[in-house]
Design a binder for this molecule. Sequence first.
Ligand code: AR6
Length: 538
Amino acid sequence: EMDSGASWRGVPLSEMYGSQSPWGSPEFSLVSPSFNHAVLYHVPSDGCLAGDKPPKPQTGHDKWDSEHVRMPCSSHSLYPVEDSNGDSHLKKRWEMIENALSKPIRNSQDLANTILSYNTKFRNTWKFRGLHKLFNEYLEEEESQYFFDVTLPEIAKLALALPKLIQSPIPLLKKQKNRSVSLSQQQIACLLANAFFCTFPRRNSTKPTSEYNSYPFFNFNTYRFYEATDSDSNLEKLKCICHYFRRVVTKVPGGVVSFSRRGVPARGLPHWPNSQRALASLPLHVDASRTIEDADALIQVDFANKYLGGGVLGHGCVQEEIRFVICPELMVSMLFTEVLSPNEALMIIGAERYSNYTGYGHTFRWAGDCVDLTPFDSSGRRRCAVLAIDALPYSSVIREFSRDAITRELNKAWVGFSFDTDPQSERPQYPGVATGNWGCGAFGGTTQLKSLLQLMACAQARRPMAYFTFGDNQLRDEIVDMYNLLARHNVTVGQLYKYIVKFSQDKDVAVSRLHPYLEQVVKSGANTSPPPTTRSAA
Ligand code: AR6
């Protein structure tokens, strides 16, 4: 089965789907409105959508309260304005926005003035240096011209269509509540157009006392997205966003996207030391050259920040930020998802990819249009599942290898991986998980540990794992060797948990390596009985 010239080891990717074709794997639970699933568009009586034309907005009434997104077009949204006598009085902010966005915006200075006209508090702080650089220096003159002549007026129209496109309230996905929100791609485009123009009320403050302080930033400039000039990667991120708008104003996408928050209370979490599940009871695929976002039909892990999106609207340009700018619909999660707790994850099903890219970090570049051919499920969502789980940032390996930290990461991964699995079933659950060096880049974690923890969480959730080592052939081979060793000795999740904890107690983790230690412990261990249910990877 294995071609030694291929970049992958283990079993073929098709075994991750449970069938030969990626699209033969089972669908996730369909979208169905309920008390814990807000569906912002009209679902036809048979529950099915084809994704070929935008569904109609669901009707409803604005809710201006702490349970829902405060909308820019709400009649309750007021803003202080000074009259010619210097007296301040409150004006309807949406009227100010409508007024500003209805005027021609010919260049980046006009755009800056437009945004400031209803965000007057930021007159002295928002300089829009990045935006000016992008349109006046970085892009070709024709590209800039095209943007202001053709695309921008359409983005403004899209933003102003908000009261028409979103009529029912958007619930906030708050901590420790398992709730979902589904929106059409058209509605998402409209919300992103509003974020582009920074129209969301109460979302510009960066003070710890602000109402939305436990939410990510969403107005594009709150975290200085329009200010940065020091790194080209930031301008390239803006290019991705502009490209997205060019696409959606040219042809409105017809699908829908759902966002599901999943938390599991402490009593529902696995008791790791006792887990009897064989580690190698599910197939493993390890690839050094492909990337997570190209693993069609699998659950694609987003190496998230607990504030979703991380630095996407700031300086960051690693896995999560890149994913969010090539698939900007993911960004709308930042509007309503409260900071993730250790026992929580967010699953996003249906987002489309709009851009290609090259490079990574400071070498990141937009590389043109991407035509996403992913088919739709019966609910009208693209069959693309992105799972946001946030590792912990580590400044010391001693912390990372502590029992608490190991348990925390296992729980976090398992909560995500077990999304939509059948708790009664002992059978493998499809599709598998596509992941990689989670927590091992910006967050400074150790790949030998994190890959094993994710393997344990996958085994516990009964999902196969596809692991992408991001160019690291040595790590690929180490992971496969370790998997085969664990399979040969029929090591359980619980045993491995204890071995890892023991490693952190017995060894100086700053200098010792985990794999050689495990190899020695497993080989000298008592579990040499032939494994009845395990399979070898290579
Ligand atoms: N496919 C597979 N592997 C990848 C990919 C990809 N597309 N991109 C990167 N890697 P990192 P973290 C590998 O640093 O450490 C963000 O700001 C590559 O080896 O993005 O969990 C978030 O918002 C890389 O070094 O994840 C958080 O704040 C490694 O995965 C923070 O970073 C880790 O990628 C999370 O940091």
